[in-house]
Design a protein around this ligand. Structure first.
Ligand SMILES: [Zn+2]
Length: 195
């Protein structure tokens, strides 16, 4: 349990009330199980909730002197804006440009990455593949990757040597099936999730 960031119970209240977060027993394609399922399509649809979650992520990296917040996906881009806005001083924001389904960093954005202190943000980290590829791109430009942040991480807690901060993981861990406390407690079998 991570106690470095105070829980914002308003975030959970909102997510639960709007059915964006359902509690139960779920199996993800990463092979991990969790007691929570998020509605990934509507997670950032409400700007008040999105801003609160962006603030909570920014808070984790407040003292890290982030120059640029970079997102590998359009889903992460909306969240990245909030995170950059709440950092002090505010950070710049870079979105990846998808080319053949893979994130790339446009030529005219590279000076915002090269030799900068960069925080990578995505709305959700599912398998970790997109984020891992994005870390490679950013590090190829000699950026210093200060952290990886997301609302929820269903993959490994470390990607490409960087620890992932999953905001909702502090309450709903994603654990390997073999270590799942719900399975051990004999809860009904996990519902397979399509991602
Ligand atoms: Zn389980």
């Amino acid at each position: 349990m991570d106690h470095t960031v105070p829980r914002d119970s308003a975030i959970y209240d909102f997510l639960t009330a709007d059915r964006l977060l359902v509690e139960g027993h779920f199996a993800f394609r990463s092979g991990r199980h969790s007691g929570a399922l998020l509605d990934r399509d509507r997670l950032l649809a409400d700007p008040t909730a999105a801003s609160r979650m962006g603030y909570a992520l920014a808070k984790r990296f407040f003292t890290d002197h982030i120059d640029t917040v970079a997102a590998p996906s359009i889903w992460g881009a909306g969240l990245a804006q909030w995170v950059a806005y709440f950092l002090d001083p505010k950070a710049k924001v870079v979105y990846a440009t998808p080319v053949d389904g893979r994130p790339t960093i446009a030529e005219n954005l590279r000076d915002l990455i090269a030799n900068r202190r960069v925080l990578l943000i995505d709305n959700l980290i599912i398998s970790g593949e997109t984020m891992s590829r994005f870390v490679g791109l950013v590090e190829d430009l000699n950026a210093d990757v200060i952290g990886l942040g997301t609302l929820w991480n269903s993959s490994d807690p470390t990607i490409s040597g960087h620890e992932v901060f999953g905001l909702l993981n502090t309450r709903f861990a994603a654990v390997p099936a073999t270590a799942c406390p719900l399975c051990v407690a004999g809860e009904p079998s996990a519902v397979a999730v399509g991602y």
